[in-house]
Write a protein that binds this ligand. Structure first.
Ligand code: GLU
Length: 447
């Protein structure tokens, strides 16, 4: 069997064995597509069932999460933790609380996380977890009871050397606090390295809050530089308005760009004069309100419930909301309107068709597993500080993040060129992320 046949036979088997998990299929298909290039050059990477093992999680946990709401009614959610690959270090990856969460979503995120974490150059494996719990409209007390119930089960599966969860969509500082408190109580020890994204007085790291958004901009800056551009004077669309989007907006504006639009699930906001990020932080992070509040409080901003945020002419697009938010049609709109750079702050926000359009229309595209790795990289820096019972300054930590992102860009650019696909950062990221994990797995035998 040649490489094409070998990979497609394996992919068809994966589709059958993982039925009803389209996002997982999508994430695997994209990586396998890049791996064909490696396998043709370095066939030993197909030995010892390596590809099959890579696509099969080491462990998948699904558990009941019962909790009592403010009306005294019992609610039952489903909890997940997929411990995908620990060849490079303890499983590492966030927890997502969102009604769309199911096993397939967590598997796609866990699979992406393996390569992303490998690209950071730090010793972390890949995992992901979460629940179909919807935090929207819940009281603080309900969030706390849910987190406590979730952790009551999860605690037996995690640990500083085993699996280190953090935040993702729907899980921020408040949730990490409740989760950590319950873990500490049940474990009867202050094991700060068991979770990242902690508060600054109890083992958290400076820069972790800003890290995914800042890191995205640091990597995009390198991509711009490599094509003779800067953020100075650029028009930037940032979808989303959560943690990643907010700090991406803050950093691009600091670098002289104007953010001309952002969004949430209710619609998008057009901001031709830029975004008042401090105001947006207050609305989203303190008051926990929707972007419509921004429009009623800040002059010059208009709300659109219809149409596409990607229809505005821009130089750079940073999708920072969620998976598959940017489809082929949106990619064509961006290209038609002169956009030249796209970098993913969210996990897999561009559909496969959109990525094809980026290739055809020569839009420089940095995939999430490289571009949004700054969050998890800074989580690994938080783990380093916890292990040495130290805490680093903002400047030092930010500098480490900056260097990590610049290094990721250099690696994916060089790898794409080495494998004959100059400028294709999807291929560069997949291959570079893969090789490090693959070498470790081959060295460690068939397990
Ligand atoms: N959820 C983030 C991601 O997608 C961060 C994970 C972490 O810090 O462990 O990479």
């Amino acid at each position: 069997m040649n490489v094409e046949e070998q990979v497609s036979t394996y992919y068809n088997m994966l589709l059958k064995r993982n039925a009803g998990e389209p996002e997982f299929h999508q994430a695997v298909a994209e990586v396998l597509d890049s791996l064909k290039i490696v396998l043709k050059k370095d066939p030993h990477y197909a030995d010892y069932g390596l590809i099959q093992r890579l696509c099969e999680p080491e462990r998948q946990l699904i558990f009941r999460v019962p909790w009592v709401d403010d009306q005294g009614v019992v609610q039952v959610n489903r909890g997940f933790r997929v411990q995908f690959n620990s060849a490079l270090g303890p499983y590492k990856g966030g927890l997502r609380f969102h009604p769309s969460v199911n096993l397939g979503i967590i598997k796609f995120l866990g699979f992406e996380q393996i390569f992303k974490n490998s690209l950071t150059g730090l010793p972390i494996g890949g995992g992901k977890g979460g629940s179909d719990f919807d935090p929207k409209g819940k009281s603080d007390a309900e969030i706390m009871r849910f987190c406590q119930s979730f952790m009551t089960e999860l605690q037996r599966h995690i640990g500083e050397y085993r699996d280190v969860p953090a935040g993702d969509i729907g899980v921020g500082g408040r949730e990490i606090g409740y989760l950590f408190g319950q873990y500490r109580r049940l474990a009867n020890q202050h094991e700060s390295g068991v979770l990242t994204g902690k508060g600054l007085t109890w083992g958290g790291s400076l820069v972790r809050t800003e890290a995914t958004g800042y890191g995205l901009v640091y990597l995009t800056k390198e991509m711009l530089k490599s094509h003779g551009e800067t953020f100075e004077g650029a028009k930037v669309i940032v979808s989303g308005s959560g943690n990643v989007a907010i700090y991406a907006m803050e950093k691009v504006q600091e670098l002289g760009a104007t953010v001309i639009a952002f969004s949430d699930s209710s619609g998008w906001v057009e901001t031709p004069n830029g975004v008042d990020v401090e105001k947006l932080k207050e609305i989203k992070e303190v008051r926990r309100e929707r972007v419509t509040s921004y429009v009623s409080e800040v002059e010059g901003a208009t709300f659109h419930a219809e149409g596409s945020i990607w229809s505005l002419p821009c130089d750079v697009a940073l999708p920072c909301a969620t998976q598959n938010e940017l489809d082929g049609e949106a990619a064509r709109l961006l290209a038609d309107n002169g956009c030249r750079f796209v970098a993913e702050g969210a996990n897999m926000p561009s559909t496969p068709e959109a990525i094809e359009v980026f290739r055809e229309r020569k839009i420089h595209f940095a995939p999430g597993k490289a571009a949004n790795a700054g969050g998890v990289a800074t989580s690994a820096l938080e783990m380093q500080q916890n292990a040495s019972r130290d805490s680093w300054s903002f400047e030092y930590t930010d500098d480490r993040l900056h260097k990590i992102m610049a290094n990721i860009f250099k690696t994916i650019e060089a790898t794409a060129a080495e494998y004959g696909h100059d400028g294709d950062y999807v291929i560069g990221a997949n291959i570079a992320g893969f090789k490090k994990v693959a070498d470790a797995m081959l060295a460690q035998g068939v397990i």
